[in-house]
Design a protein around this ligand. Structure first.
Ligand code: NAP
Length: 509
């Protein structure tokens, strides 16, 4: 199944500067406020393709982390504010140019490091480039307001300007699954609004973020305003409560989100947390179309997406034909080494998740679920899996209650949209939902009652596409990302009240 032993081959000269070969393994440095640091200890980075060690990343000492926070707080947050907005946009465009110029190396890091297919890696780079180039669309959210005083007798002859100001320092914590896009997205909204940023990438896949730091450096981004912190989650925990950090933007699981909020104290939060989405299929939808889109929603990046479909709820009249079409679609998915151009679905990030998936499948079967397809694994390679469950007891199943980051979905027949609403809202997550069908009255009812952040009609959920905001409710999080919207959480308001009392400017009766 695996083509040949994995090895990371970066070809661009610009990256030679950020690692040293030690025992034939590239050992990456960390970018700390303009300096590339290599300390004695390191983390090992494995490729999910064959679990071979492809790189090492320096492990930062406590004093280096403290230095990064100090630089960002004392110098960086002012250096970025003193870089005029139009210049920040020019730097973003330069970063986008460099990303495109060195695209092949980012593809290599995403294919070997994340086990993405080449097409998926390209898609992630395109989304990152577009995010940088469209940073100008954030700007309208950064304007302030003029507020007249004459609506209250208390404030006659005065007026206010409501300014928007950056909070100062954002700590961005990213997950393993979109290691480039998540870093770029958080970087753009944090710094277009003139905050300094510390970026903690997932230690499962830290390389694209470290390479991105090199691109920032070359594009002339103010050096004190950015550092990268390769630390494990538990090591990061001790810095969360640091009062110099005013915003925490985390994308990760709901469990991690809860821990981070508890440790952080009073701050602004953007929490893009766990999900796994329901897809609701109405009687009047086209079963072939709905099945094809849902199958992609279940299998894309091996189900390792927060917006993956994990629960399909189909009305009775369409149920059987949807089921047959869905099984046929899922059967078409070719699993294997993502470096093979015929592969559609690569391995999971780790064997533990594959084991958890099989446990979830066994649990569903023990509670009356029927395995329609899949349910097998070979190390961290799984078959996409579909399980038929009953509307009366699906809520007892592990797969219903807990997001498993793998390509696995429950399929349930529902008698009407109200039953679909009950089962969709019964989960603790509230990220997105998909609706397939045409009946405007049913769709309207679903839109009104579903407790989610985004509803996709006649398509599977896809965050980060276009300019649409995304983010969850309930345990799926706080805040919104997507162009423009995240600005709300990284900028503060400052009201300046001007009094002209007795200056002869206004005359009131
Ligand atoms: P994860 O295990 O929660 O980790 C996410 C990040 O948080 C990693 O960088 C991790 O560090 C760090 N972390 C873990 N514990 C921490 C702690 N106590 N303090 C500070 N940082 C901590 O998630 P993942 O497995 O990488 O990603 C999958 C999860 O992300 C899924 O639940 C998925 O739904 C969610 N996600 C949500 C969205 C969205 O838009 N809502 C998008 C993508 C992913 P280390 O792993 O390096 O230790």
């Amino acid at each position: 199944m695996v083509l040949n032993k994995t090895k990371l081959n970066l070809s661009s000269e610009i990256f030679k500067h950020i690692y040293e070969e030690k025992e034939n393994i590239p050992t990456f440095k960390a970018y700390i406020a303009g300096e590339w640091k290599l300390e004695e200890d390191f983390y090992e980075i494995k490729s999910p393709i064959d679990l071979n060690i492809i790189a090492r990343v320096t492990k930062l000492k406590e004093e280096t982390v403290n230095k990064a926070i100090e630089f960002a707080y004392n110098k960086g947050r002012w250096a970025i504010r003193d870089t005029p907005g139009e210049k920040r946009l020019r730097i973003f465009n330069k970063i986008a140019d460099l990303l495109e110029e060195h695209r092949e190396d980012f593809i290599e890091a995403l294919v070997v490091g994340n086990a993405k297919t080449r097409a998926a890696a390209n898609g992630e780079i395109n989304a990152s480039v577009e995010r940088l180039r469209r940073a100008d669309m954030d700007i309208r959210r950064m304007y302030g307001e003029y507020v007249p005083g004459d609506w209250s007798t208390e404030s006659l002859e005065s007026e206010a300007i409501v300014r928007r100001e950056p909070y100062g320092l954002v700590l961005a914590i990213t997950p393993f699954n979109y290691p480039l896009f998540d870093a770029v997205n958080k970087f753009v909204y944090s710094t277009v609004s003139a905050n300094a940023i510390l970026l903690k990438p997932s230690l499962l896949t830290p390389l694209p973020a470290i390479m991105f730091a090199r691109i920032l450096e070359l594009a002339g981004f103010p050096k004190e305003a950015f550092s990268i912190l390769p630390l494990s989650g538990s090591e990061m925990e001790k810095y969360l409560g640091d009062r110099r950090i005013s915003v925490i933007s985390l994308t990760g699981s709901s469990e991690t989100g809860e821990k981070v909020i508890k440790k952080s104290g009073i701050k602004s939060f953007i929490m893009e947390l766990g999900g796994g989405d329901p897809a609701i299929v109405l009687n009047d939808s086209d079963p072939a179309y709905a099945a094809a889109r849902i199958a992609t929603g279940i299998t894309s990046y091996s189900g390792q997406r927060c917006d993956s479909i994990k629960l399909v709820l189909a009305e009775s009249q369409i149920y059987e034909s949807l089921k047959q079409n869905l099984i046929e679609e899922i059967k078409k998915v070719k699993i294997g080494d993502p470096r093979d151009p015929t592969t559609n679905m690569g391995p999971l990030i780790s064997e533990e998740t594959a084991i958890e998936m099989i446990k979830g499948v066994e649990d569903a079967i023990s509670k009356g679920g029927k395995l329609l397809y899949g349910g097998e694994r070979d190390r961290n390679y799984i078959k996409p899996t579909l399980i038929e469950a009953n509307a009366n007891n699906v809520i007892e199943m592990y797969l219903y209650n807990k997001e498993i980051f793998a390509s696995v979905s429950l399929l349930v027949e529902v008698k009407d949209v109200d039953e679909a609403i009950r089962l969709a809202n019964g989960r603790k997550y509230g990220l997105d939902a998909a609706i397939f069908g045409n009946d405007i009255n049913k769709i309207r009812r679903l839109i009104r009652y579903l407790e989610v952040g985004t509803i996709y009609i006649n398509d599977y959920p896809r965050h980060g596409i276009g300019y649409f905001p995304f983010g969850g409710r309930k345990e799926s999080g706080i805040g919104r990302e997507g162009i423009g919207y995240a600005i709300e959480y990284v900028m503060s308001y400052k009201t300046v009240v001007y009094s002209y009392k007795g200056r002869g400017i206004w005359e009131y009766l």
